[in-house]
Design a protein around this ligand. Sequence first.
Ligand SMILES: Cc1ncc(COP(=O)(O)O)c(C=O)c1O
Length: 352
Amino acid sequence: MIKARPEVESLTPYVAPLEGRRGLLRLDFNESTRGPSPDVLEAIRALPPEAYAAYPEYAGLDEAFAETLGITAEHVEAFNGADAAIKAVFDAYGDKGATFLTTTPTFGYYDPCAQQQGMTIDEVPYPADLSYPLAAIEKRLQTGPRLFFVCNPNNPTGTLIEPEIIVDLARSAPQTLVVVDELYAPFTGKSVVPQALALPNVVALHSLSKIHGLAALRLGFAVGHPAILDRLRRVTGPYDINMLAVVAGKAALADPAHVKRYVEDVLAAKAWTLAQLERLGVRHSTGAGNYVLVWPPGEVGAVVEGLRARGILVRSMGRRPVIGGSFRLTIGLMGDMETFMAAFANVIGRGE
Ligand SMILES: Cc1ncc(COP(=O)(O)O)c(C=O)c1O
């Protein structure tokens, strides 16, 4: 058998349990439980055959996203999901033996991308209270890592830091590319955009997967200095974003009321869910984003299976550092959370 590069042979791939989920209540991947704006479905249904036969055209897409942030399109580049932007960052800026600095636990796709490049991974653990380990990060940044990722709010801990702090960190480390994964920023209203746009070493990542309900179509955006976006473009294929994503993305961005309502509904359902967990006396986190960590009494695997048997999916955090024994619960709409809470109370034997 022909061997791949040594970094690939020794790679631990990012594997997400994403099969067989249709028809279940999906509270495991922070997706929208409402789905996209009806305008998206209409725009796709209205497409002529030619739209499928021709290579995709991208005019107006970056502009439409830039407009939602109140910035100009030179600061925006679309990708095949934020995941493809993450991969492009490592392809363009990662280097064998160079250091990738981040925190742990965090979003699981960063590490395999760093491993593919043969980078040295330096992960600072969150303390037990899940606050951001700022002092340790400041210290590590002084050693000049090539890449530094901050997920804000962090998935899965919900840890949120002020954008000003990230901008200060970036200013203190001009030799480091600072990537701010802001996928869940619509739930907090806190972003390094636009303040960080002038800095030549910061790029923020956004996505239409979650609140816009377009996870299946894959559309994300890198937002930052044009010089960084140019380098990311160089390592990305010419037609990596498909035509349906472009059409759906434009229609979704043209209906901001749909997204605003979803965020409001989720935040209300989150407040209710946290109060219910409190009432049940179950340990949980209270950070930002459309998700919370729940430490059920007993073995987490059994509870996750018990919920699945009742048609509800949540994501076990198993033995992950700092948050072992918990599962991540996506917050959906009020009705979803009522369904979850009734089943959960039953599974842990604290039902009415
Ligand atoms: C923090 C974070 N970054 C990136 C992604 C990937 O987003 P996309 O679906 O746009 O590739 C996710 C998806 O779960 C995420 O939680």
